[in-house]
Design a protein around this ligand. Sequence first.
Ligand code: NAG
Ligand code: NAG
Ligand code: NAG
Ligand code: NAG
Ligand code: NAG
Ligand code: NAG
Ligand code: NAG
Length: 913
Amino acid sequence: MTTNMAQDGSMFAVTAAKISLVFLIFPNLSYQDIGRIDLNGVWLASNGGGDINLNGTVPGCIHTDLMAAGRIGDPYFRFNDVAYRWVAKENWSYSRQFSVPEDLLKHKEIVLVCEGLDTVATVTVNGHNVGQSNNMFRRYTFDIKPVLQSGVNTIQVTFQSAIKYAAEKNMSHAEYMVPPDCPPAVQKGECHPNFIRKEQCSFSWDWGPAFATQGIWKNISIQAYDSAVIRDVHVTPKKGDGKTTLWLIDVTVYMDVSKAAKPPITGLVSAQLQGFPTLFVKNNVKLKSPSDRLTLTLNVSSQFKVESWWPAGYGKQMLYKVGVTFVSTDTGEVSAKLVKTGLRTVELVQEPIKGSPGLSFYFKINNVPIFLKGSNWIPVDAFKNRITTAYTRYLLQSAVDANMNTLRVWGGGIYEHDDVYDIADELGIMIWQDFMFACAMYPVDDDFLGNVREEIQQQVVRIGNHPSVIAWSGNNENEAALAANWYGTDNTTQLHALYREDYVKLYVNVTMATVWSLDKSRPNITSSPSNGKETEKENWVAKNPYDHHYGDVHYYNYVSDCWDWTKFPKTRFASEYGFQSWPSFHTLKKVSTADDWTLDSDFNDHRQHHQDGDVQMLDQAKFHFALPTGDDPVQQYEDSIYLSQVVQAMCIKTQTEFYRRSRSEIIGGKGHTMGALYWQLNDIWQGPTWSSLEYGGRWKMLQYYAAKFFAPVMTVIFEDGEQLKVYVVSDLTTKLSQVNLQVQVWTWSSFKPLKSWAKTFDMEGSSASMIFNQTTAEFLKDAKCTKREACFITSGLLDSKQKPYGPTNSYFLTPLKSALGLAKVNVTVSKITLLPDAPKPGAPNALQVELKTTGPAPFVWLDSGDVEGRFSDNGFLMNVDTLALQFYPLQSVKAPDFEKEVRVLSLMDIYRK
Ligand SMILES: *[C@@H]1O[C@H](CO)[C@@H](O)[C@H](O)[C@H]1NC(C)=O
Ligand SMILES: *[C@@H]1O[C@H](CO)[C@@H](O)[C@H](O)[C@H]1NC(C)=O
Ligand SMILES: *[C@@H]1O[C@H](CO)[C@@H](O)[C@H](O)[C@H]1NC(C)=O
Ligand SMILES: *[C@@H]1O[C@H](CO)[C@@H](O)[C@H](O)[C@H]1NC(C)=O
Ligand SMILES: *[C@@H]1O[C@H](CO)[C@@H](O)[C@H](O)[C@H]1NC(C)=O
Ligand SMILES: *[C@@H]1O[C@H](CO)[C@@H](O)[C@H](O)[C@H]1NC(C)=O
Ligand SMILES: *[C@@H]1O[C@H](CO)[C@@H](O)[C@H](O)[C@H]1NC(C)=O
C-alpha cells in the first residue's frame, strides 16, 4: 500500500501534486486547521451559589482568577494555602458567549475540542448537555453540531469540587479500602487524590501546598469539518540496516472521521520529512471507524544526509519536522499537522555482569552507554497558567548549566506541557517519564481503568514524538509501597492478594499494555524504584524492589552522617536521593512578614511539610558544624538558611560522587552504577524542600555544587578505611591522555599547600579509575601535617598543556566544628566591573566580581541581594588570597548598583558571638 515517492518517482495523484507543491513552495506552511473558532480568553467565572462572579481566564484556573479580581491575595503568602481552602471546596463554572457564522454550520461535523479540563466538569452549549469530563490528563472532543446556532451561542463548563468528588468516589468504593486515606497532618493536605485523575500533588505533598484547582487549564476551541481530520501524529524512528536504509520512521496518523459523512471516507494521506523534498510517502486510505488510525513509513535511505539526536555532552541535538496531510477525495478538504522528532535509538540494558549477582541497568543512546546525571522534576507551579515558556527554559537551561543530562518527570505531578519536552529536545536533556500515579493504591473498577487507558493512549502519542523521552515508567513507588506494606495492605492474605492483583491490572495489563501497543521504540518499566526484569519475574511486585543488584533505587537517610559514603547503597541506578534545605531569605521574604523570620515562628513551622524536617536538617548539620550563634534571631534564621544549604550541598555531593566513581567497578558483588538523579530540581512554592532551584529560579548552593559533581571529567577524594583514594571519572567517549592529577595537602593558615603530589596518566573514556591510593596517615606525615584536624586535601587535573581541566575538589579530613586553625577571616568584594561581553547573545552583560580574603575560607557564599541572576561559582572553598568570578544577571545592572546589593559570607561568619 505504502509508496515511497523518493524511490519510485512515480506520478503524483492530482491532489497529492497540489499538496507537494505547497510543501515545496511554502516550507513554513502553517499547519493550523481551518474552520476553527478559538474560545480562549476572558470567560465569566462564578461559584455554585452564584454570589461570586468575576472575569475568568482561559486557559487558567480559579485561584489566579480570584487573585486577579482582588477577591483573594497571593495564595502563596504566609498561611493563605489554608485560609483559601474554601476555594477548592466550592463548585465553579466558566461561561462565555461566542458567535458562529452561518457558513460554519454547513459543515457535516462540528466538535468542541477541550485540550484540558481540570477536572470534573459538565459542558453545556446553549443549555444542552454536550459532555462530561473527569480526567485532567485527557483531551475531550464533544459533538456540538446538533445544538449550535447561527449568531450568538453560550457555552458553560460547570466544575465540581475535586476534593468533594474524590471523597464521594472513596465513599462509594465500599468493598475494600484503597489507601492511603489522607496525607500526614504536617502536609495540611486533602484526602483521596487517588480517586481522581488529577495532579496528585495538588492535594498536597511533603514539599508543596494543597491547591486543588478548577478551571479550563488548556486550550479550548471549536473545529468544523466535512470528512475527516488529523487529530494526532505519532512519529517513532527505528534504525534501518545501516547500509541502504539509515532509518525507518513510522508515522502513525490518528484520524477523527465524520459519522455524518457516512464512512468509509477515501482520501490521500501523505507524510514528508521537511528539508528533504523527495523524502515523501503517500497512501490512499479508506477511513471507516470514527477514530481510525494508519501508519506510513518514511524510508530514510543512505542518500539522505540526516544526523542523529544526542543527549547534552555527546553531540548535536538535531531535530526534524515531519509534515502530514490528509486530503479528502470527495471534498478536497485538507487537514495537516507538523510534528518535530529526532533520530536516535535508546536501549535499557539489563544483562548479567561478571562478578555480580543480578542484572545491569543502564541506558544506551545510539549504542553509546551513558551515565544518566541529573535530578527529578516536579510541577513548576500550583497554578499552571503562571508558568511561562521563558521560565521553563530558564529551569531547563539551569539543569544543563549544572552538567545534567537527565530529568525524571515524576509521577505525582502532571504530564508536562509541550514546552518542557520541546526545550528538553533542544537542550539534549533526556526525560524519564513516569505515568501519573504516586504513593498510593488505586481503584481498578472498569470506569477507572477505561479512563486511564484513554489517558495513557493520548499522552504516549503526544509525548512520544520527543527524542528527549527515553523511558516510560508506570508509577512512583507503588510497587515499593505494596512490597513493604506502607499502607497496611498486607494485614490479611486475601486482601494482600487483591491489592497485588489490582496493581498488575492497572500498571501491567492496562498502562504498560497500552504503552506497548503504541510505542515499542523506548524501554518501559512498571515502577520506580523497581528491579526491572527481576520485578517482572516476581510477578511485578518484587520481594525487595530496592535490591541493589537490579533496577533503580530510591534512598533517603537523614539519620546517618551523610559525609560517610559507606552508608549509601551501591546501586545500579539511583533515581531518587536527597536532603532538604531552606530557600534563600530573599525568596522567603516575598511570602512572609517580619514576624515570620525566626526558626521557631509559626510560618517556619507551617511551610515545613515533611515530618521532623527541620530537626533532620539541623541534626545533619550538627555532625559537622556548630549551629549559628548570635543575639539577633533574624540573623540566626538567615545563618541557619545558609548552613542548611551548605549541608544539603555537601550531602548530595558526597552521595553523587560515590555513584559516579562506582560506574566501572564491582566491589562485594555491587557496582556498575550508571545513573544519579537526585531529588529534586525545582520548587513549586517557597518552603524548605529537597530542591536545588528555588521557586522563582534562584540557585541554591546545591545547584552550584551539581555543576561540579556532574562535570564530564572530575576527581573524587575519599577515605576507604586507612586508605586515602582519588578517583578520576570521565564521561567522555574519548580517551584522556597525558592528564596530570594533582593532590595537595593544606592547612587553614596558609595559601600555600604543605605538599603537592602529581601523576601523569592516560585513561579510557566512559570510566572511573583510582589514580591515587595511599595511607592517609603516611600521606599526611609526608606532608608534615601533624594532626588530621589541622589539614584538608584538594585534587584537580591539568591537561596535557598544563591548563586546569575540570573542577577542583576538596576533602575535609574532619568535621569542621573540630578543625584546628580554622579562624574567622575577612572575605570581601574588592572590585566589581561591568564586562564588555554578554555570556550569550542577547543576554545582559556579565559583571566581574573580585574577591579577597585574609585566610583560607570554606563555603564562601556570594549573595546578589535583590538582583536576580547567578554567579559562575558559589559556595566554594577559597584557598587563594584573591579570586575573580562572573555574575550573570537576568536584567542589565550597573556595577555600582550591583555593589550595593552584593554580600559575601563564609562559614565562620555565622558564629557571631
Ligand atoms: C457541587 O456540585 C455537586 C455535584 O453537582 C453538588 O452535589 C454539590 O451540592 C455542589 N456543592 C456546592 C457547594 O454547590
Ligand atoms: C473583564 O473582561 C472584560 C473583557 O476583557 C473587560 O472589558 C473588563 O474590564 C473586565 N472586568 C474586570 C472587572 O476586570
Ligand atoms: C487491613 O487493611 C485494610 C486496608 O488498609 C483496612 O481496611 C482494614 O481495616 C485492615 N484490617 C485490619 C484487621 O487491620
Ligand atoms: C493480566 O493479563 C494477563 C494476560 O492477558 C492475564 O492472564 C491476567 O489474568 C491479567 N491479570 C489481571 C490481574 O488482570
Ligand atoms: C515492556 O512491556 C512489555 C509488554 O508488557 C514487556 O514484555 C517488557 O518486558 C517491558 N519492558 C520492560 C523493560 O519492562
Ligand atoms: C591501595 O593501597 C593499599 C595499600 O598499599 C593496597 O593494599 C590496596 O590493594 C590498594 N588498592 C587498590 C585498589 O589498588
Ligand atoms: C574586613 O575588611 C573590611 C574591608 O576591607 C574592613 O572594613 C573591615 O574592618 C575588616 N574586618 C575585619 C574583622 O578585619
